[in-house]
Design a protein around this ligand. Structure first.
Ligand SMILES: Nc1ncnc2c1ncn2[C@@H]1O[C@H](COP(=O)(O)OP(=O)(O)OP(=O)(O)O)[C@@H](O)[C@H]1O
Length: 907
């Protein structure tokens, strides 16, 4: 067995960290961990979703997966044993409430336990972070009531900032609230520049008396701090240079020092004023946000993090947190650890320490952190890459690494090694696992990068490469939009997917539905026009409700409209939309909520060429990557505040002032450090970009002002650009409509007997899925079977293959041709999956039919192999039910086979 209970895995891109994470997760399950007590945290919803799918898919097809060997190594179990236990583990996983989520979603879950402690209802919703009018109104009103309105105006004028800038700053500080005690900054008055100007005047008078030229004397005039700090002599130790040299002496050099010192003091005082004022305003901003949260019950993720942090630090004891969460987390896995922020880490720390305090495998509590500091690109959001090293050391984690790249072709791996060796701290060359000869690299440099990209796309398409295998990586959302438009103009028939920005509510068909809902609810013709345009319906189409009114729940209304207007196109986005609709009770609040819905669309045009930002591409891989330079100038704007850290702890906050570094050495150091961190961040982003390609990578760089400047690229071409052999997945036919419905009553143990004997697949999953389909099937009609089938697909598509899914459908369909079955169902009150306690045992009745004159119990089976046992079981149900009902109870066994249905009465 090769299993370290507390392990950090730090390895380069493409080396199999995500692979290792799913191996670890599955190994835990095979070692007996309870899936409900394993928390796996990722950074994006997408990775959480992918991880879930990967775990299910690996388990389902374990015998053919690379993971099998790795799991055997970790668990110490043989591959045969693992395969024997596979169904059991899969069943356990299907039953569990799996906790694979984003850090944010996990925090929201914890906060719900303590919502009342912070004056919130536990059912608060998570919305988009709002910087909306309501917040501004609330903020201004509170400023007025606290007599701070004048100081707000004075502050904006003094600092020459618009109210919007002040708001953005407050919002930014809100993300750092827990690290930064803004309320601790004392109030200070705005300093006068006069002392500095007086010294400057003394220097001017001195040089005037010496006879310095008018041009020279002009440098000793200034009106503002900005002008003063721009003076070049402040960068010097004395006046021993240029025209001044002739007249410089100790007196005037001492004055220069005096001026610098006065300026340093002035800058400090200005900073104190700024932070003092900001602190006051921040207090109001924070309170405004809290008030709005309480009033609306809606929080953003920053709110969740801040509230949780405050709770931990101030309002509840950590032990209490353990107590409330006790037993819920025994195994913690964190992906992309390098992007964890200090605050997030501190929130997790009680859980981490609780796990770490155990005795590893003996107590069976484990930690697994995975990351790559070279890919740390979220410093602007609080990500602290130093945290990884800190955590490894302070928690005494075992450290593992991986040196082989399984993602990219050897050509790509060699190129990345070449480019980054020596340029990136701690870069170690990777080996390539793939065989040589199938990769391609090119670097093209030109003044006009747009045409390079278009040519490259044309070249790749000419090779017969499918658009869905190509990704164009760009640097900003704006660039992504520009390229989408450009590509569509040049390749009109090519589908382009803009992954960076598409929200669910921006998907064309969903937008059409929202317009239709608005038209039917508000009656404004403009919405009708919008619906007709978006849906392609003619203006003459009568838009009225057919058999439901707008007073019904949104889910019902939306379902009716989709069906009536034939809007369903098979896209997953409809499922998401229906899920959102099901959260609201009436149309108005649903429509209102849609305005703020930030959910991203899932499946826009899955066949198209993808254009996405480097940041969005993190953790993903594509067959062919075209990496484009940044359009426009590559500028780094400086922030208003400069934060200086000692590893993971915030040490100081400085107010940024151009030229301040020449009079303040502390500020100069902080600025240099900031610049070097910025440089590292940018290099890390390039590393992420260069490591996404599986087969080919083409870099299109600008000859001037390029983001690739630090990489010293030269034009080159290596290898052969060729098509991927892997066949394209058959395009999915549009599926009929799915209606989300809670599936809560399934009792898997009740179907176990039958499943064990299922000759069809020998699989528990198949049996569970069969029961699920029958439970979801309302009314035993053809139309409702299709809905139930979609619910089935939605839940089981990742664990059953297409053939099994279809067989399940056909088996259920046979029931529609079984006259005896239909006549039993006819006119009955239908109850499914009914729990029953009898002789101290819990039973689960598949189908219970209440007629006015009799009760019918039906048990589904898939084979007649153990028919005697089946009859005994149904007889037991009849016996139990006879004690509940006064009516006669009939029992039937319904054999569902591939060939047809057989209904056998229990005599
Ligand atoms: N041991 C392995 N054997 C075969 N294939 C592997 C192995 N490990 C990883 N792979 C494959 O290599 C590719 C890259 O792996 P993975 O995504 O886990 O890398 P990663 O380290 O998480 O990369 P990144 O840091 O860029 O996110 C995937 O397609 C994965 O299936």
């Amino acid at each position: 067995m090769n299993f370290s209970p507390y392990l950090a895995l730090e390895a380069s891109a493409g080396s199999g960290k995500t692979f290792a994470l799913s191996v670890r997760y599955l190994s835990l399950l095979f070692m007996g961990a309870n899936a409900q007590k394993i928390v796996a945290l990722t950074f994006t919803n997408k990775s959480a979703h992918e991880m879930k799918t990967r775990i299910f898919e690996t388990l389902k097809d374990l015998e053919n997966k690379e993971e099998l060997h790795a799991i055997a190594e970790q668990t110490g179990k043989s591959e045969e044993v693992l395969l024997r236990e596979k169904e059991h583990v899969l069943r356990h996983l299907l039953q569990a409430d799996i906790k694979i989520s984003t850090l944010d979603a996990f925090f929201a879950l914890i906060l719900r336990h303590f919502a009342l402690n912070v004056g919130l209802q536990p059912d608060f919703s998570i919305g988009e972070e709002t910087l909306d009018e309501k917040l501004i109104e609330q903020f201004i009103a509170l400023c007025k009531s606290k007599n701070l309105y004048r100081s707000l105006i004075a502050f904006t004028l003094q600092e020459d900032k618009k109210l919007g800038d002040v708001f953005s700053l407050l919002h930014f500080l809100y993300q750092k609230k827990s690290e930064l005690r803004l309320d601790a900054f004392p109030e200070a008055s705005y300093p006068s520049l006069q002392p500095c100007l007086e010294i400057l005047e003394r220097i001017r008078v001195y040089f005037e008396a010496c006879g310095l030229s008018t041009r020279g004397l002009a440098t000793f005039q200034a009106q503002s701090l900005g002008e003063l700090l721009a003076k070049k002599y402040l960068e010097r130790e004395d006046f021993g240079y240029w025209d001044y040299k002739k007249y410089a002496n100790e007196t005037v050099n001492a004055l220069l020092h005096e001026l610098k010192e006065a300026l340093r003091i002035h800058c400090d005082a200005k900073e104190a004023y700024f932070l003092g004022e900001l602190g006051k305003l921040f207090g109001v901003y924070d309170e405004s946000l809290r008030r709005l949260m309480r009033a609306n019950g809606e929080l953003g993720f920053d709110d969740v993090t801040n509230l949780l942090y405050t709770l931990l630090r101030e309002e509840i004891h950590k032990d209490f947190l353990y107590f409330r969460l006790d037993g819920t987390v025994e195994h913690l896995l964190i992906d992309e650890f390098q992007d964890t922020s200090v605050v997030q880490y501190e929130i997790l720390l009680p859980l981490i320490e609780e796990i770490r305090a155990g005795r590893g495998v003996k107590d069976f509590k484990t930690l697994f952190f995975v990351g790559d500091v070279k890919q740390s690109i979220y410093r602007f959001r609080g990500g602290a890459k130093e945290l990884f090293g800190y955590a490894k050391e302070s928690l005494h984690l075992a450290v593992d690494s991986l040196d082989t790249n399984y993602r990219s072709s050897p050509e790509v791996v060699a190129f990345v090694n070449e480019i980054f060796t020596g340029k990136m701290k701690g870069y170690e060359t990777q080996k390539a696992a793939k065989k040589e000869g199938e990769g391609y690299i090119c670097v093209r440099i030109d003044e006009c990068v747009e045409s390079l990209v278009l040519e490259e796309i044309g070249r790749v398409l000419e090779k017969g490469i499918k658009p869905k295998d190509i990704a164009l990586l760009v640097h900003t959302n704006k660039d992504a939009k520009v390229f989408k438009a450009l590509i569509q103009e040049h390749f009109p028939s090519l589908h382009v997917r803009l992954e960076a920005t598409l929200k669910l509510t921006e998907v064309r068909s969903i937008k059409a539905m929202i317009s239709l809902l608005k038209y039917l609810y508000f009656g404004d013709e403009i919405y009708k026009a919008s619906f007709c345009t978006l849906s392609g319906m003619s203006w003459g189409t009568p838009l009225s409700m057919v058999s439901c009114t707008m007073h019904q729940p949104p889910l019902v209304v939306v379902q009716m409209l989709i069906e009536h207007y034939g809007l369903y196109d098979g896209s997953q986005d409809w499922l998401r939309f229906l899920e959102v609709a099901s959260r609201y009770e009436e149309i108005e609040s649903f429509l209102f909520a849609l305005e703020r819905l930030s959910d991203e669309a899932k499946s826009e045009d899955s066949e198209g060429l993808r254009v996405l930002t480097v940041h969005k591409s993190k953790g993903l891989e594509f067959e062919h990557v075209i990496l484009c330079d940044k359009l426009g100038r590559d500028t780094t704007q400086s922030d208003t505040l400069l934060f200086s850290y000692d590893a993971v702890n915030l040490q100081e906050v400085h107010l940024t002032m151009r030229g301040r570094e020449s009079v303040d050495s502390g500020y100069e150091k902080a600025k240099e450090r900031e610049q070097s961190l910025n440089f590292e961040d940018r290099l890390n982003a390039l590393y992420v970009a260069f490591t996404r390609a599986k087969r080919s990578l083409c870099v299109c760089a600008k000859s001037d002002n390029s983001v690739f400047e630090s990489l010293n690229l030269t034009p080159l071409e290596r290898g052969i650009l060729s098509q991927t052999e892997a066949s394209v997945a058959p395009s999915l036919k549009p599926l009929p409509l799915f209606f989300p419905k809670a599936y809560g009553t399934q009792n898997i143990s009740a179907v176990e007997d039958e499943l064990n004997e299922s000759v069809e697949v020998g699989s528990m999953t198949f049996g569970i899925a069969q029961h699920y389909l029958l439970e979801m099937w309302d009314g035993f009609e053809k139309e409702s079977l299709e809905r139930a089938y979609l619910a089935l697909r939605n839940r089981f598509a990742s664990v059953l293959d297409e053939g099994a899914l279809q067989r399940l459908y056909q088996r259920a369909e046979h029931l529609l041709t079984c006259k005896d079955f239909l006549s039993l169902v006819q006119g009955a009150n239908i109850l499914k999956e009914q729990p029953l306690m009898y002789q101290k045992e819990r039973k689960q009745i598949d189908l219970l039919l209440e007629h006015p004159d009799k009760i019918v119990v039906i048990d589904y089976k898939s084979s007649k192999k153990e028919s005697a046992k089946h009859h005994a079981q149904v007889a037991l149900y009849q016996e139990a039910l006879s004690q509940i009902y006064t009516l006669p109870v009939e029992g039937y066994i319904c054999y569902l086979g591939n060939e047809g249905v057989e209904l056998v009465k229990n005599l």
